[in-house]
Write a protein that binds this ligand. Sequence first.
Ligand code: G
Ligand code: G
Ligand code: NA
Ligand code: MN
Length: 251
Amino acid sequence: INLDKDMRQALIDNEYCLFYQPKVDLLTSKIVGVEALIRWISPTKGFIAPNVFIPLAEENGFIKELGNWIVEEALNQHLKWKEMGIDINISINISAKQLLDKSFVPKFINTLENKNINPSKIDLEITEYMFMEESKETKNNLNKLHDFGVTISLDDFGTGYSSLSYLKKFPIDYLKVDKAFLDDFNSVDGSIFLETIVKMGQMLKMKVIAEGVETQEQIDYLKSISCDQYQGYYFSKPLSSKDFEKFYFKN
Ligand code: G
Ligand code: G
Ligand code: NA
Ligand code: MN
């Protein structure tokens, strides 16, 4: 198979869709937002994981086109849900290549204005890898988005090319603590990291979101260290928009 060619054709053939995983407030157990996660279900090849095709799309430049589609789709879904009374935040994953494209920021801001979307309802998830190169451009672009009112989440925190100085340099509103820290929370070292990240994030005026929460025990622990929000299979796996709507109205 030629993934390179197939992933472009898949956009034409409408094979991509977005799934949505709820973000939950730890104090109230209420849904505060969703993270949009792309899915590619090919009629011939079956399910292809984003971990497989996103890195490839970043390499061959297709991420620019695909990223535009993701943003458009997520914003339209946000508007549809708002009309239905589901007025929640939506987080969109953004690749470094996408953010560094000269047309991305002006186009994004324009789209929000044209669609009359409140920017504070829109969150962009970035990863630490974004800070490795072109950090001046990255910083300028993130500042423009943040000044416009969009919030920024730092995804997979603690696993990548971490440097704490990033937390001062870039406009970050949410720290998403990687699942690896939660898997390890029962060990002394593991819990020290988790608790320290939560404290540090909050002292820097950020909210902290735990990822990959699967058990009640983990919830209890996260509450005990005053973590703000969580995502994970315990509450819900990523859902299609229709399944999310059913789930939302049941909760
Ligand atoms: O649930 P999951 O398999 O969806 O996601 C795996 C990884 O793929 C995520 O951690 C994320 O890094 C990446 N990913 C998923 N959806 C998107 C998307 O819409 N855009 C980008 N850039 N990456 C995504
Ligand atoms: O890179 P990013 O953090 O955006 O993607 C998170 C990945 O973790 C996605 O593939 C998502 O489907 C997956 N995920 C979400 N919640 C859980 C969970 O509770 N357990 C596990 N094992 N994976 C999860
Ligand atoms: Na994540
Ligand atoms: Mn993410």
